[in-house]
Write a protein that binds this ligand. Sequence first.
Ligand SMILES: NC(=O)c1ccc[n+]([C@@H]2O[C@H](COP(=O)([O-])OP(=O)(O)OC[C@H]3O[C@@H](n4cnc5c(N)ncnc54)[C@H](OP(=O)(O)O)[C@@H]3O)[C@@H](O)[C@H]2O)c1
Length: 344
Amino acid sequence: MPINKQWHLISRPTGDLKPENFEIRESVVRDLGANEFLIRTIYLSLDPTLRLWAREQDSYMPSVRLGDVMRGFTMGVVEKSNNLQYPIGAIVTGVFGWEEYSISDGSGIVTRVEMDPRLPLTARFGLFEHIGLTAYFGIVDLLRPKFGETMVVSGAAGAVGSIAVQIGKILGCRVVAIAGSEEKCAWLKNELGADAVINYKKQPLKTALREACPNGIDTFFDNVGGETLEAVLDQINMKARIAMCGAISQYGTDEKPYAPPNIYNLLMKRAKIEGFIVLDYAADARWWAIAHDDMTQWFLQGRMKYRLDIVEGLQNAPSALDKLFRGTNTGKLLIKVSDEPVVA
Ligand SMILES: NC(=O)c1ccc[n+]([C@@H]2O[C@H](COP(=O)([O-])OP(=O)(O)OC[C@H]3O[C@@H](n4cnc5c(N)ncnc54)[C@H](OP(=O)(O)O)[C@@H]3O)[C@@H](O)[C@H]2O)c1
């Protein structure tokens, strides 16, 4: 069996997750048991949620224990197998570790990818799984936008946010996108079709929102939380809907997260706010398939784009994390751990 390199979580972060919270160790991969298969990692996805998993307290998943291999969403290829459902050569995605090789018996969060020659492998993370489908379910199930409504998206140039902006446009909304640089705002406006953009690092958010949303805000897809949520709450319309996808502005704090003091505006406006976790939707195979079909069609029709920010080498995973929290990632942040298999 091959040698495995694995990143272990060795200390809890204070503030952002940092390289010193991790240590790389090597060991020989153990032999496979009944039903088990060996996956060579191709891509490791770096996500803001890693900051939540590294905390002492459990979140929507148990906390990663100190000394354990750091958890992550990965994609890989099966190289040895005792499991007929996951034969050698199958491509799988799932929740595994920051490691070159993983072993699975098919239980837990693992999916065999149905290969589609029209889509690159990276579309799994750009368009589907816990990225594109998060935007899809948050909008289609929670926000339920009506044609012509104003939708605001925060973290709009990020992996999830950029897909949310495009779905909003496809469904006929007037989309206002909030992001943290001029380059990101230009991309959102010129390439993704956002109707108005706000660089929250340059413009006072409340004023900019008032100008960009003269008819108020009907729906909000929130990736950021904190003061961004507060600014939007000030300007919601009657019966507004807010999908709480994430709160990245609050992940690095060990204090209580900032709760907007104007939360009662939900009452005044008979509005609602709802949190969701995309993994919950995976239980409904039919709906998951509908989402896949819609996203595939939109992509093939040229109505849906995604950007990737690929960093080479598992050794660079801890230092690349900083991009998410500084906002310097330009698209879905992936670590390329090994080469994609050559398709004949
Ligand atoms: N509910 C679910 O099932 C689910 C699934 C996946 C992801 N999420 C959530 O979705 C959000 C986006 O995740 P992603 O994977 O797409 O990451 P991403 O948006 O590609 O990267 C994170 C971005 O967040 C922005 N950011 C960082 N710190 C910020 C701060 N203090 N204030 C405002 N913006 C800040 C940065 O963009 P700027 O340059 O614009 O600041 C950065 O590029 C996260 O909150 C994540 O937890 C939820």
